[in-house]
Design a protein around this ligand. Structure first.
Ligand code: SR1
Ligand code: MG
Length: 397
C-alpha cells in the first residue's frame, strides 16, 4: 500500500516513519527497513528506523500537539521540536561529543531526525540497575560548563547573545517547569500525585511558610535569570550513557535561564537514585555530585580566564561571586526537583519502582525531608561534600 508523504502536521505511524526515512535518502535505495515506536518519555513520539541487514538505525522524534503523559486535554506547542533541534545544534558547536548528531529537522512536521544511540542506555535505567557510569560526572560537568560559558555574556558577543536568547524564548515549556517544579507541589494542586500515607508529610510542606518564601525566591530566579542557554530538563532520563560515553538528549525545555538550573536537576536525580539504594551503595552517587561540581568549576574557570569577552572579567572576586551563586542556586533547584519528582505530576522510577510499599514510603518521606533541607540550608553549605552529611541527617532524622 503506498504511504503518503505529509507536508502538514500529522502524527507519524511506524510505516510513515519508514517512508520519511526513505524520502529523506537516509538509507540507500532498497534497504530492508523496520521501525518501532520506542518513546517512553512524557511528551513525544520516538521512532527507531533500522536497516534489518546492518542493524544500523536512525531516530525520528516527533512532538505531539499535547502532553502524552496527560493526554489531549493538555495541549502543548509543537514549536518545542524546533527548540530541541536548534539546541542540539547549538550544543554541538561547543561539545559535539556529548549530543546526538542531528541529520534533519522539519518545523511543520515537528520532527528531528538524529543519531541512533541504542548502543547506550538511559542513565536512569542503568543507575536503577546499580550501574555507576565512571565517566558520567566528568562528561556532564564538562557539558554544562562549556555550554553555559559559551552561551553567556562572558563567552560570546553580548549583542549576539541577546539574539540567540530571543530564538530560544520557550514560554509554554517554561510554564510547565514553573508550575510542576516550583509551584504545584507546594500547594494542594490537582496535578499532585502521591500515596495517601504521605498526606501528613505533604500537608506539612503546604503549610510551611518558611519553605514557601525560599521556593518563591528560587522560582523568581528561574523566571527572571537569563544567564545562558540551559538544557532545562537535565534529569538522568535525558542522558544516554555507557562506561565510556555520555550523550545528552531531549533539550526541548531549553531557554535562556539561570546558570544553576541544569546542575541542580542533575544533582537532584542522582540524589533520588541514592535514596532508592542501600546505604553501602550510595557513595558513587555522592562522588558523581562532587565530581560534576569540581569539573564544572575547573572547566568554567579555565574558559573564564582564557576566553572571556567581558571587560570586568579580570576584576578580582567576580568569578568567585558567580560560582558562589551558581552553587547556592543549584542546591536550591535540586531541592525543588527532589520534592516534585516525589509528589508532583511526573515521578521517577527510582522511587516509584521500589517494590516494598513500606520501603517506598520511607524513601519518599526521606526525599521530602531532603528536598526541604536542600532548599532551606542551601546558603549554609560550602561544598558538595556537605550534601552527604545533609543527606545522612535527613535520612537518619
Ligand atoms: C507534562 S511534562 C512533565 C515533565 O516531563 C518532562 O520530562 C519534564 O521534566 C516535565 O516537567
Ligand atoms: Mg524529556
Amino acid at each position: 500500500m503506498p504511504v503518503s508523504h505529509p507536508t502538514v502536521y500529522e502524527p507519524l505511524t511506524e510505516q510513515g516513519a519508514i517512508a520519511l526515512a526513505i524520502r529523506l535518502g537516509l538509507f540507500p535505495e532498497g534497504t530492508p527497513l523496520a521501525c518501532r515506536e520506542i518513546g517512553d518519555g512524557n511528551l513525544n513520539l520516538v521512532f527507531r528506523v533500522v536497516d534489518q541487514q546492518t542493524k544500523k538505525g536512525i531516530i525520528i522524534k516527533q512532538a505531539l500537539p499535547y502532553a502524552k503523559v496527560v493526554g489531549e486535554s493538555w495541549p502543548l506547542t509543537l514549536k518545542r521540536s524546533v527548540i530541541e533541534s536548534n539546541a542540539l545544534r547549538t550544543f554541538a558547536s561547543y561539545v559535539p561529543q556529548y549530543v546526538p548528531k542531528v541529520y534533519y529537522s522539519d518545523e511543520s512536521l515537528a520532527i528531528t531526525v538524529m543519531e541512533d544511540l541504542s548502543h547506550l542506555q538511559i542513565a536512569r535505567k542503568g543507575l536503577i540497575e546499580g550501574k555507576t557510569y565512571p565517566l558520567l560526572s566528568q562528561h556532564i560537568g564538562e557539558f554544562i560548563a562549556k555550554t553555559l560559558f559559551y552561551t553567556s555574556d562572558f563567552g560570546m558577543n553580548q549583542q549576539e547573545k541577546k539574539q540567540l536568547a530571543q530564538s530560544f524564548v520557550n514560554p509554554e515549556l517554561c510554564k510547565i517547569t514553573e508550575d510542576l517544579v516550583f509551584t504545584d507541589p507546594f500547594f494542594d494542586h490537582e496535578t499532585n500525585n502521591f500515596e495517601d500515607e504521605l498526606r501528613n508529610d505533604v500537608k506539612a510542606l503546604w503549610d510551611d511558610d518558611k519553605l514557601h518564601l525560599e521556593v518563591a525566591k528560587l522560582k523568581h530566579k528561574f523566571l527572571t535569570g537569563g544567564d545562558a542557554l540551559i538544557h532545562g530538563d537535565l534529569h538522568t532520563g535525558s542522558i544516554f550513557a555507557s562506561d565510556e560515553e555520555t550523550k545528552i538528549i531531549d533539550p526541548e525545555f531549553a531557554f535562556y535561564g539561570p546558570f544553576g538550573f541544569d546542575i541542580g536537576q542533575f544533582f537532584a536525580n542522582l540524589l533520588l537514585n541514592a535514596l532508592s539504594r542501600p546505604e553501602q551503595q550510595q557513595e558513587p552517587l555522592f562522588a558523581h555530585i562532587d565530581k560534576t561540581w569540581n569539573v564544572f568549576v575547573s572547566v568554567f574557570s579555565d574558559l573564564w580566564h582564557s576566553h572571556n569577552v567581558e571587560p570586568y572579567a579580570k576584576t578580582e572576586g567576580l568569578l568567585e561571586e558567580v560560582l558562589h551563586y551558581v552553587f547556592i542556586d543549584a542546591i536550591g533547584f535540586a531541592g525543588c526537583e527532589v520534592i516534585r519528582r516525589t509528589i508532583g505530576l511526573a515521578h521517577v522510577a527510582d522511587l516509584d519502582g521500589i517494590e516494598d510499599k513500606e520501603e517506598r514510603l520511607q524513601a519518599k518521606r526521606h526525599a521530602l525531608r531532603l528536598g526541604r533541607s536542600l532548599i532551606l540550608q542551601r546558603e549554609t553549605l560550602s561544598s558538595t561534600k556537605e550534601i552527604r552529611s545533609l543527606f545522612a541527617q535527613t535520612v537518619l532524622a
